[in-house]
Write a protein of this length. Structure first.
Ligand SMILES: NC(=O)c1ccc[n+]([C@@H]2O[C@H](COP(=O)([O-])OP(=O)(O)OC[C@H]3O[C@@H](n4cnc5c(N)ncnc54)[C@H](OP(=O)(O)O)[C@@H]3O)[C@@H](O)[C@H]2O)c1
Length: 284
């Protein structure tokens, strides 16, 4: 009866493992990864590794045991909806005690294209009859702060207008996942997880300018212009359209925040965007 974390080798997965090891002994934690070499640093911390790709039902069948609590971290590939279904089927077959899923802020109310796979996955979990917790994660600060080099050179570009973003640091979301995985009373619950405060991309650019001492402005483009910029930067057209759809959702207030579940779960305020900008600038 372990706590099993899928996609453990990703940014969020590594942070969840780290947060779990601050709360429970390593022999209670299992990491599922598709790449053993990438999982080696996690194994070095005393965590059992089970190798399974989301595309490999036979391997997934070996990834879970009766009574496990499973964190399904959403994938990134175009067929992730089917991949998640395969994970859920394997978890159900194994008889896990609960499945925890990293979904999207707003759940079924998130009407933009990027959210559709999350809504379908929530429904698949409900249909499975497994006890569940949905972690409806808002945006990571790192979605923006990972782009700081380009932002300092070209400015901040988007089509979100004055829409506000209640993002939080990946570490905050990881801490919430660890709390929900190790604690009681989270069954049949969906948490909307977002930062305590929100900001517009104009305010984000102003804070980056203030901290860097450089001129940085936000250029608000039309959706078509925004798509062209993203395609020009190398994104395939369908992916560019997904991001334009996200900015449209931001413009309509869908990522502006839905309460304080995140700070309540982690027992502290969420990380301010200014702190994540400072961390990103100092690691350049
Ligand atoms: N809320 C947000 O702002 C936001 C932003 C970006 C992404 N996300 C979602 O949150 C998830 C976690 O974010 P992250 O920052 O940790 O992403 P990440 O660092 O790119 O990690 C993605 C993880 O998914 C694993 N994975 C992908 N395809 C897989 C497959 N077929 N089988 C098994 N594992 C697979 C990767 O394995 P490898 O390590 O082997 O590559 C990696 O561990 C993402 O996958 C995405 O669904 C949310």
């Amino acid at each position: 009866m372990s706590i099993v974390v899928t996609a453990a080798t990703g940014h969020l997965g590594n942070l969840v493992i780290d947060e779990l090891l601050q709360r429970v002994p390593a022999d209670q934690v299992v990491a599922v990864a598709r790449n053993a070499a990438k999982a080696a640093p996690i194994a070095d911390r005393g965590v059992e590794i089970r190798i399974a790709d989301y595309n490999d039902p036979a391997a997934l069948a070996q990834a879970f045991r009766t009574g496990d609590t499973v964190l399904l971290i959403s994938g990134l590939e175009p067929n992730r909806r089917d991949q998640h279904q395969a994970v859920i089927a394997a978890a159900r077959e194994a008889g896990v005690a609960r499945i925890v899923y990293t979904s999207v802020l707003g759940g079924p109310e998130a009407d933009f294209d990027l959210a559709a796979d999350h809504i379908a996955t929530e429904q698949a979990i409900l249909d499975s009859g497994l006890p569940y917790t949905f972690l409806r994660n808002g945006w990571y600060h790192e979605v923006y702060t990972d782009q700081i080099a380009g932002q300092l050179e070209h400015g901040v570009v988007g089509s979100a207008g004055d829409g506000r973003i209640a993002s939080a640091a990946r570490r905050d979301f990881a801490a919430a996942a660890a709390v929900v995985l190790t604690g009681d009373g989270h069954e049949k619950t969906a948490y909307d997880l977002n930062g305590d405060t929100n900001y517009s991309l104009t305010e984000y650019a102003a804070e980056l300018a203030r901290q860097s001492g450089q001129e940085v402005a936000y250029s608000n483009l039309s959706p078509a212009e925004h798509a062209q910029v993203l395609i020009g930067a190398g994104l395939p057209e369908p992916v560019a359209q997904l991001f334009v759809g996200v900015d449209d959702a931001i413009g309509r207030g869908l990522l502006a925040g839905r309460g304080s579940d995140l700070s309540r779960l982690i027992g502290r305020p969420t990380t301010p965007i200014a702190d994540s900008i400072a961390a990103a600038l100092s690691s350049r």
